[in-house]
Ligand binder design. Structure first.
Ligand code: ADP
Length: 480
């Protein structure tokens, strides 16, 4: 498009009756001129329209600071006016003007001080921009920032708490999943978001019906449920709170607490059952001896005394096991690492076997060699395996020794009922016992194998079961 000649524009301005006066009066800014003492000498139409004042009430009658609310007035007198004196101008100061009806108009003020030839202040020219829109914009900005900050803080808290948090919306889609929930539910947020909980979380369906869900006011109590996570049992405390159409689920992994609780229950069972049996036996035998000892034959008395002896020995054994397990748990059991002839263990084990069981024991040592271990503790481990084999089977119990690459392997085998493959790891857990009915109600604490594994591990060895069609073979590998 060709440039318009200047005359054209001027002619058009004339056509629109644009004039300097018109521009001054109706400019989109308010103009105000005051004498150095603040007396208002001139204001434009815009100023009057914005503030609702009448020209006659202002000009020659009011001073600029009469139009300022107290806060702005103090600022005006302590900063604005002195700055104007010193600098000759003040720019972009946020202030408020009092309207005729008493309301306030937020403005941005700019002032220029005009001096005469001698430098004496003559007049102050002030322009005021309406800042109400800018203010609300700024307020909006501030609110958005505060919102964003509090959201960021909430997100930070959600990221770092141990409890899993899962937000499911009205459409049953996962909208939020914090890192703890990712770990507990074994799913990455990127794969879970937007999907239904049952699609994203492997175990959700199995427990969904049991999750208590209700409004916060109803304070639904969390339910403790067992779920399977990568093949392992995990206990979760879970509850859903309804809020604004969504449900916020809180998930807490209480597996450790549950184990502890279980262990406490097991201790009670062991103490009440396993200690009770020998106690009752010893008590009954001692009471009979006291009451009717005189009437009994020598062999009967001896039988009763042997019973007291055997039962108290069993009691000591159980108490020792409990104490040793607790020392192992707290790391207070110190082991030796001596090197000695591996076969010496057999003599010690055979010596300790009950005389009537000894014929069942067969030593099948294929090799000698040295072993590095704590002799007493190693004897205790092998003895425990032998005792179990004698206890849980009827036939022969074979004790073996063979040399391995970097050490030796002891084995203890029996032809008893065996241990199901599914239980091969669990039998080493504290207090774990296979169904006693399976062993004809044979007593035990379930601590023996736990202690054996702890001791062998501390001697830098390994204990486990060898796969067998029938019967059981335990092995203990130790370094030479
Ligand atoms: P306890 O013998 O006191 O019950 P252990 O920790 O020594 O405790 O053994 C744990 C469980 O492992 C036993 O209760 C038993 O069910 C099973 N077990 C151990 N050894 C054998 C074995 N030789 N044959 C069959 N089951 C066994």
């Amino acid at each position: 498009m060709p440039a318009r000649p200047y005359q054209d524009v001027a002619a058009q301005a004339a056509l629109l009756q644009e004039s300097a006066e018109e521009l001054y009066e109706n400019a989109p800014v308010a103009y105000l001129s005051t004498l150095p003492d603040g007396t208002i000498v001139r204001v434009n139409e815009t100023f009057l329209r914005w503030t609702g004042h009448a020209r006659d009430d202002l000009v020659g009658r009011k001073r600029f600071h009469d139009l300022l609310p107290p806060g702005t007035r103090i600022y005006y007198e302590t900063h604005y006016a002195p700055l104007l004196q010193i600098q000759g101008s003040v720019r972009e100061i946020a202030a408020e003007l009092l309207r005729a009806d008493g309301t306030r108009l937020p403005v941005l003020l700019n002032s220029t001080l005009v001096r005469d030839e001698d430098g004496a202040p003559q007049i102050v020219r002030t322009t005021a921009f309406d800042a109400s829109e800018r203010r609300s914009y700024e307020r909006e900005l501030l609110r958005a920032r505060t919102d964003a900050e509090s959201r960021a803080r909430a997100a930070l808290a959600l990221t770092h708490i141990d409890d899993g948090v899962l937000l499911v919306d009205e459409q049953e889609r996962i909208q939020l999943l914090n890192p703890a929930a990712e770990a507990i539910a074994d799913v990455e947020a990127s794969r879970a978001l937007g999907r239904r909980p049952a699609e994203a979380i492997a175990w959700w369906d199995a427990i969904a019906a049991r999750i208590p869900v209700g409004p916060a006011a109803a304070r639904p109590a969390p339910e403790v449920v067992a779920v399977s996570r990568s093949g392992r049992e995990q206990w979760l405390s879970i509850v859903g709170i309804e809020a604004a159409g969504s449900v916020v689920y809180t998930l807490r992994d209480v597996t450790a607490e549950h184990r502890l609780e279980q262990m406490r229950a097991d201790v009670v069972t062991v103490v009440s059952h396993e200690l009770r049996t020998p106690l009752t036996g010893a008590y009954g035998a001692a009471a009979t001896l006291l009451d009717r000892g005189d009437e009994l034959r020598d062999d009967q008395r001896r039988q009763l005394l042997e019973m007291v002896f055997a039962q108290t020995a069993r009691l000591t054994e159980i108490v020792d096991q409990i104490l040793l397990a607790s020392r192992l748990d707290t790391g207070n059991e110190v082991l030796r690492h001596d090197r000695f002839d591996a076969t010496t263990i057999f003599e010690l084990v055979l010596e300790a076997a009950p005389p009537d069981e000894r014929p069942r024991l067969v030593v099948e040592a294929q090799a000698g060699g040295s072993v590095r271990a704590d002799r007493d503790r190693l004897r205790q481990v092998v003895r425990n395996l032998v005792d179990n084999a004698l206890k849980y089977s009827d036939g022969e119990v074979r004790i073996g020794l063979e040399r391995r690459d970097t050490g030796v392997r002891y084995t203890v085998s029996d032809d008893g009922p065996g241990i199901p493959a599914s239980e091969r790891e669990q039998i080493f857990e504290k207090f774990y016992r296979l169904d006693p009915e399976q062993h004809g109600g044979t007593g035990g604490t379930g601590l023996g194998l736990y202690i054996a594994r702890e001791l062998v591990t501390r001697m830098n060895g390994r204990i486990g079961l060898l796969p067998r069609e029938r019967g059981t073979t335990f092995f203990v590998d130790l370094p030479s």
